[in-house]
Structure formats: C-alpha cells, structure tokens
Design a protein. Structure first.
Lengths: 289, 277
C-alpha cells in the first residue's frame, strides 16, 4: 500500500478506535484529574480541599519516610532482579544442554510465576512462622535459633526478597532459555574447532549474543519489582515497623489509610515519573544493544 | 580420572541442580496443598507431619463460615467478563497494528504498552474517586472497567504477535474474491488465530484472577474477589491456617489447571510479546 492512500485509509483507525477511546477515558482523564489533585491538600476524611500549588511536591522532598520506602524498593528490586537473573541463567543453560525430562519438569518449574501473589505471601508467611513454620523448624534442625524471619527487622526484607525470587526466577529462566534456543549453532562449532574453553565460549559468545534477551528480561522484571505490593501486603504488611514498607504500600497508606489524597496523588506522579525515566533508559539500552 | 567417569560428573551435577530447583519450586505449593487437608492437630505438629489422614473440614468451613463461594463467583465473573471484553476490543486493535502503519501507529501502540508498565498504585487514586462519583464502588462493573486497563494492553500486544505470524496472502486472496477487509478479518484471519486467541484469553484471565490492588481498594462486602478475601487471613490469625490453606487452594486451582496448557506462553503476558515464549 503506498503512503498516499494510507493517509486516507480509515479502516485501521476504525479498528483501533474503541480500545484507544476507552483507554483514554479510563486512564488519561483520571491521570489529569490526579495531577490537579496533587496541587491541592484534598483530604478524603475531612473533605477539605484547597489549592496549594506545588506545596505537596516540596513536602515530598522533605519526606524522609518516602525516601526510606523508595530506598527499600530499590534494594529489593536490585537484589531480586540480579539474583533471579543469575539463578535463571544458570538453570536455563542447564535446561538448554540437558533436554531429557525437560518437557515434564518445565511446567512445575514455571508454576510459581503464575500463582496468585497474595497466596504466595501467605504461603511464605506460614513457612516463616516462628513456632510452626517449616523454615524455623529447619533452622532449629540445623542447630540455629528458631526464629521468625518476617518478624525480625534485620531479616524481614530478606524474607520478602526470597519469596519474590521464588516467584520470578522461573520468568528469567524461561526467557533466557528461549533466547539460548534461538542462538545460531555455527559459531559454537567454529569455537570448538579453534579450541575455545567453555568459560571463553560463555564469556565471549553466549553472553554477548544473549544480551538483548537479558536486557528485556531485566527491564520487565525491574519495572515489575518497583510495583511490588501484593506479596508484601500479605507477608509482612510493611513491618515490623516500616522496614519492608515498599513505595506502593507507602502511597496506599497515605491515600487509603490516612486519606491524604492530595499528597498521595503527588507521590503517585513522582513514582510515575521515576518509572517512565527508568523505562526510557532501558529502551535506549535495548535499541543500542 | 578416566574419560568416562569425567563425562559422568557434569550431567550428574546438572541433574542434581535441576532436582534441587524442582524441589524448591514445588515445595511451597505442596505445603499449602497439604496444609489445606490436614487436621488442626497435624498442621501444628512438630516436627512437621509428612504422612497424615486427609480431611476436607477446612474446605467445608471456608464455604460455610465465610462466603468463599460468593468471592469465588465474583472473581469468576470479573475475570471472565474482563477477558471477553478485552478480546473483543483488543483483537481488532491488534490486527490493525499488525497489518497497517499509519501516522502515529507506533506511538499509539507504545503508549498502550506503557500502560502495562506503569505502577497501578498511581492509577488507582483518581480511579477510586471516579468510581465513587459514578456510584460504581463495590460493584463488579467498576472493577471490570479498571481491570481492562491492564487486560487490554496484554491482549493487544500478544495478539499483534499472533496476527503477524499469519501470512498476508490468505487475506489478499479473499479480497480478490470480493470479500471486504472486515470480512477477511472476520472469516479468514480470526478463525486461523483461534489457538492464539484462546491462549491470550487464558493469560488475560489469570492476570485478572490474580489481581489484588484494584480489587482491594474498589470492592467491599458485595463485590469482593478471592485475593482480597484471602488477604484478610494474615499472620496474626495464624490459628486459622487450615482455612487459610483451603481458601488459597481454591484461589490457585484455576491457575494450576491452566498452567499446563499455557506455561510457556504465559511469559508473553508478562513481556507483552516482546519475547516469543
């Protein structure tokens, strides 16, 4: 089809119109409303609402609780994304090489990423329980003090991270396995003839060729991990204290427990901008890779 | 070390690692399944009991003492309706993106993609106020509308991939035979995409079924979905582990059923087709 006729072609527009109109109404309009709210001190419980310009945003800059929740989220994201990437890569390489029985165990290995996150939080809460949890039993069995990983401020974040790694390593594994399976075979044959060691092959061939897949996996996992809410809500509820209060939970509490809707809207916009910046950086990376 | 012994070490290590991964991956699910059918005595026994006489009392309790039947029904209605609407609106859109380039088509499709990446907590504040104004709080319809904000992008992006894999020649020959473009889409392309449509529908269903944050904020006693109801069994009510287990099993049952069919494609739901599963 030449570009001249394409311009006058309404057929594709007719096909996309319902979706785009719907999404505009349900997303764009509320987001503009939220931008407006962020310039007010709207309080849902008292009904008070007056214009305060950028006061909320200035307040955020002084809000140490917000930066703390942001820090917790970033630590969690960095640790779970890198751990699940490494474990997933290892497993993908094994599965790529040893195919016997793979079809049978793959569904079981992939199960965690499909399970309801709320249930995953509860599952791990049960297992971490100090008195009856299978984890603390295991700790006791190995000669350690029996304790609750979630109840202790120094290990609570770790307990969330372990549950998150459990859920998302399968995602990394299957993405990287698909990536490995689509790599060409000829370079490997050439490398073998040239006498390259396994480590050299991995370092100088597999990893560079796999890089686009690795980047995609990192982007999607990072953007997902920043949003983490469900598992934390049922596993630790942000506690003890606020040591596991991730940024989504912080905004949730500000808006729906304390009803500071104006301030929560400003927080939402800050989070949205952070997400957009991260995704733009990554998309640039992908384009260059 | 001789050659044959050396060649055995690597595979054995590989399979041992796989076995460990398999155990780690399956154990928590196994544990909640077993908790749901253990008696209270067995649940709290130390050391943990591996062999026990199963009971269905907790399932009975969650269905009679708590209205889990109703929550299950709410989840089912919301996830099914959202998925049907998302497929109905989203697949023509996906087809347009797969076959035509027009001014702004790239930007539009990336805008739809970005909706799936944005944090839901940022959307829900104004949507809560909107639903409150529309008197749609605690209704299935309100939740369906909001769930479509992630279900639609998922459907559009996965279906683009499926439509691109169908050869253009089939439609072109239909057009030569005098079919309209809409007719070619409806009678040629859609039937051929049926397997893809089913896969996409199942993935969309699972995402809606698992959704928590929107349901937590938008629903109350009337339209509450399973994940919200289950989240109320927090660690403080540790005494109700059996009920918690039974409710959890009810919640993950559809996922366990579907998982065998869509496990490889599910990745597409998470990456929106950026990577072929």
């Amino acid at each position: 089809m030449n570009p001249m006729t394409a311009k006058r072609d309404y057929f594709p527009l007719f096909l996309i119109a319902p979706t785009v109109i719907f999404l505009f109404l349900v997303v764009i309009y509320p987001m503009i409303y939220s931008l407006y709210l962020s310039t007010t001190n709207f309080d849902l419980s008292s009904g008070e609402q007056s214009f305060i310009a950028i006061e909320n945003y200035l307040q955020i800059l002084r809000d140490s609780a917000f930066f703390e929740s942001l820090g917790i989220t970033l630590i969690l994201t960095a640790v779970t994304v890198s751990s699940s990437l490494l474990i997933g890569l290892g497993l993908a390489m094994i599965l790529n090489r040893y195919t016997r029985g793979r079809a049978a165990i793959l569904p079981l290995l992939l199960m965690p990423m499909m399970l309801t996150p709320v249930v995953i939080g509860l599952m791990w809460a049960m297992m971490y329980n100090a008195d009856y949890g299978v984890f603390s039993y295991l700790l006791g069995f190995l000669g350690f003090e029996r304790r609750s990983l979630t109840g202790n401020p120094s290990t609570a974040l770790l307990s969330v991270i372990v549950a998150d790694i459990w859920q998302w390593t399968p995602f990394m594994m299957i993405l990287l396995l698909s990536g490995l399976q689509s790599l060409p075979e000829e370079p490997y044959e050439a490398a073998q003839i040239d006498g390259a060691s396994k480590l050299q092959t991995l370092r100088f061939m597999t990893l560079p060729m796999l890089m686009p897949t690795i980047l995609v996996a990192i982007i999607f996992r990072t953007l997902d991990a920043i949003k983490i809410f469900d598992i934390v809500y049922t596993l630790t509820a942000g506690g003890p204290g606020t040591v596991t209060e991730v940024v989504s939970l912080f905004i949730y509490r500000t808006g729906f427990r304390f009803f500071h809707m104006g301030y929560a809207s400003a927080l939402s916009w800050v989070l949205l901008v952070i997400t957009i910046v991260i995704s733009q950086v990554y998309i640039k990376l992908i384009r260059t890779a | 070390m001789n050659r044959s012994a050396k060649s055995l070490i690597e595979p054995s290590a590989a399979y041992l690692i796989l076995l460990a991964a398999l155990l780690f991956s399956v154990f928590p699910t196994f544990w909640i399944l077993s908790t749901s059918v253990k008696t209270r005595m067995d649940i709290f026994s130390i050391p943990p009991k591996w062999i026990f006489v199963p009971t269905l009392e907790h399932f009975q309790n969650v269905l009679t003492d708590f209205p889990f039947g109703k929550f299950f029904f709410n989840s089912l209605v919301v996830a099914t309706t959202t998925t049907i609407v998302a497929i109905a609106l989203g697949s023509p859109t996906a087809y347009a993106f797969a076959r035509y380039t027009f001014r702004g088509s790239k930007d539009l499709s990336f805008w739809i993609l970005s909706l799936r990446m944005a944090p839901p907590i940022a959307f829900i504040l104004p949507l809560y106020l909107l639903m409150s104004n529309l008197k749609l709080l605690d209704t299935q319809l309100g939740l369906i509308i909001v769930d479509l904000t992630f279900a639609l992008p998922i459907v559009v992006w996965i279906m683009i991939g499926f439509f691109q894999s169908i050869p253009r020649e089939l439609e072109e020959s239909a057009l030569v035979d005098g079919s309209s473009r809409l007719g070619a889409f409806w009678r040629i392309v859609l039937p051929l995409s049926l397997p893809g449509l089913w896969t996409t529908a199942v993935i969309s269903f699972i995402f809606c079924w698992n959704e928590f944050l929107y349901a937590l904020i938008l629903t109350g006693a009337n339209a509450r979905t399973l994940p919200v109801a289950i989240s109320a069994f927090n660690t403080q009510r540790g005494i109700l582990w059996g009920e918690m287990g039974a409710a959890s099993v009810i919640a993950i049952l559809p996922v366990l059923m579907f998982a065998t069919f869509v496990h490889r494609h599910f990745v597409k739901g998470l990456t929106l087709g950026a990577v072929k599963g």
